[in-house]
Design a protein around this ligand. Structure first.
Ligand SMILES: [Fe+2]
Ligand SMILES: [Fe+2]
Length: 147
């Protein structure tokens, strides 16, 4: 799936959709932590989940500055290729982490698109750049584990 998150024309849609994507991602991380067997992988995923919590906090503070309403949960349609519902059907660490890698593809793409968005400037760019670097780091780890 290719995501359109990050390509919005209005600040409320841009920040709102990124927040929904982050909430979907956090829900997927929670489903993953529940289903993984390997303790080390669980701990790593937990630390990635904390990165996402920071992304939410930063996006919310930009939303407050721009007077944008913040979605407190994900989207019913699910913005991710392999959301929490699909993840709940999977078994085996390698299979689960391979599925999670598809979600990192989505978050990487969303932040790349957000960075090319003309609405993105100043402090917003700094937030997007940091989040993009985190998502790329998450994806590399998933790739190394799922290979
Ligand atoms: Fe994130
Ligand atoms: Fe991530």
């Amino acid at each position: 799936m290719t995501t359109t998150v990050g390509t919005e024309n209005q600040m409320n849609d841009l920040l709102g959709n990124l927040l929904k994507l982050e909430h979907d991602a956090i829900a997927a991380y929670e489903a993953t932590i529940e289903r993984l067997d390997d303790a080390e992988s669980k701990a790593q995923i937990e630390s990635f989940r904390q990165d996402h919590n920071k992304h939410v906090a930063e996006l919310e503070s930009h939303a407050a500055k721009h007077g944008v309403d913040v979605p407190k949960e994900g989207d019913m349609k699910q913005y991710l290729t392999t959301g929490k519902v699909a993840l709940a059907e999977l078994a085996g660490d390698q299979t689960i982490l391979k599925a999670m890698k598809t979600n990192e593809d989505d978050t990487v793409q969303a932040y790349e698109q957000a960075l090319s968005n003309s609405l993105s400037e100043g402090e917003l760019r700094a937030t997007f750049e940091k989040a993009l670097a985190d998502e790329k780091r998450h994806r590399s780890w998933m790739e190394s584990k799922a290979a």
